[in-house]
Design a protein around this ligand. Structure first.
Ligand code: NAI
Ligand code: NA
Length: 399
């Protein structure tokens, strides 16, 4: 079988297992050559470990100087009659193989992070595989649904505005066009549901569960990821439903921080750069901003991907520092280079020039598309995409 990219709108319907392996290896190579994380955590739990910022965190912490053993939780699909399986499925497998070769522990737990069963599995894995406690919990889940822990009913997040509807443009990766979309204003119930799914509730519940189980080591830290962005994107992000959820996440960090202070640890939110991930391509009307941002940051030499962001977070902010640099709201700003005045000025100018006719040539559409394909294992160097893949060979790979 030959696996080709299949894209539907902004969703990849196929993934290339050995391309995913190569993408993991490239990230490992990057952190091995980057300034090393000093005095880093040795035992880490990563919720949302299979892609995006969570996977990059795991790679940075294992191979970027800290030499951490990890337990990673994710929701992914293996090979079946429906297809080869998801990119994250293979990222987990090949990350574990690489980690084990380097003498590290890497346990993958595949399941719903909101369920009590997965919480139990994680506690067991921390006890059996990590010696009983962790020094860091990375919270990097991105999802559209969460069951209400008391009723089991599903909350569904929406990506909408709060107040007025908004018309903007979205990158359609299937057609290679910039589609005009209208984003509706959310109802109060939709805003509440989005806060339930993407706010801080579940993060706090996880930390409580882990504290009660006694699996958080003295000094244990936790970090979750957020986005704010510039004023031009406020209507769709910061002041929209997702922004509401992030404001809740930021407030929750203060609560969790107090609880972890009791064991000498603490909680942080790292505000990250806008990047192409499985989750972020879903955000409508953010297209022109990201396309312009990539173009400008690449030209200024400050562009980063998930792996560069996470290595810099752990190396220059969270560990080995006298003081963790936080802003007046207590947030760690990994979006500092994105938000630089000259970058934002140039981005605003470029956005004004972007049209559905010219966007492929004036913005970084090529880079955006390349990143998206890479997330799914396509377009990597040193992968032979003409080589037949044996489905049986994939089926025997264990997470
Ligand atoms: P992603 O889609 O690449 O990763 C999400 C992870 O969550 C995957 O490992 C997935 O398997 C896991 N997951 C989802 N539902 C699950 C469930 N029910 N049970 C277990 N695992 C589950 O997303 P990304 O972009 O890395 O997002 C992570 C965090 O980073 C989010 O909080 C997001 O808001 C934040 N962030 C993202 C930015 C971006 O530009 N992509 C920018 C700044 C922050
Ligand atoms: Na993630």
């Amino acid at each position: 079988m030959i696996i080709e990219p299949v894209i539907q709108g902004v969703i990849a319907r196929s993934a290339h297992p050995y391309g995913c392996r190569q993408a993991v290896r490239e990230q490992i190579e990057y952190v091995r050559s980057a300034p090393p994380i000093q005095a880093g955590p040795k035992r880490v739990l990563i919720l949302g470990a299979s892609s995006g910022f969570g996977l990059a965190s795991r790679i940075a912490l294992t191979f970027g100087g800290a030499e951490a053993d990890t337990v990673g939780v994710s929701f992914e699909r293996g090979p079946s009659e429906k297809g080869v399986g998801s990119a994250g499925w293979y990222n987990n497998i090949f990350f574990r193989q690489e980690a084990e070769q380097a003498g590290r522990v890497a346990t993958n737990i595949i399941g719903d992070a909101f369920s009590p069963e997965v919480r139990d599995q994680v506690i067991k894995a921390i006890r059996t595989d990590l010696g009983g406690q962790v020094d860091l919990v990375v919270y990097s889940l991105a999802t559209g649904v969460r069951p209400d822990p008391t009723t089991g009913e599903l909350w569904r997040s929406v990506i909408k505005t709060v107040g007025e509807p908004l018309t903007g443009q979205t990158v359609n990766l299937e057609t290679g066009q910039l589609d005009t979309v209208t984003v509706d204003a959310a109802t109060p119930a939709e805003i509440e549901a989005t806060v339930k799914v993407m706010g801080g509730d579940d993060w706090a519940a996880w930390i409580d569960t882990l504290l009660q189980a006694g699996v958080l080591a003295p000094g244990c830290r936790t970090v979750a990821y957020s986005y704010i962005g510039p004023a031009i994107t406020y209507p769709i992000y910061h002041q929209g439903t997702l922004g509401r959820a992030k404001v809740h996440l930021h407030a929750t960090a203060a609560d969790i921080n107090r609880r972890l202070n009791a064991i000498g640890g603490g909680a942080d939110v790292a505000v990250c750069k806008a990047l192409v991930t499985k989750a972020s391509v879903f955000i409508p009307a953010l297209g022109p901003y990201i396309l312009a941002l990539f173009k400008v940051m690449k030209e200024s030499g400050t562009h980063e991907g998930c792996i560069e962001q996470m290595q810099r977070l752990f190396q220059s902010r969270l560990y080995g520092q006298q003081h963790i640099g936080r802003d007046e709201q207590g947030l760690i700003r990994m979006d500092d280079w994105e938000m630089a005045e000259d970058v934002q000025l140039a981005v605003t100018e470029l956005i004004a020039m972007i049209t559905p006719e010219n966007f492929q040539s004036v913005s970084d559409y090529a880079g955006y598309r390349e990143d998206f394909l890479k997330l799914n294992g396509f377009g990597l160097q040193d992968v032979d995409y003409h080589q037949e893949i044996d489905f049986q060979e994939l089926k025997v790979l264990e997470p």
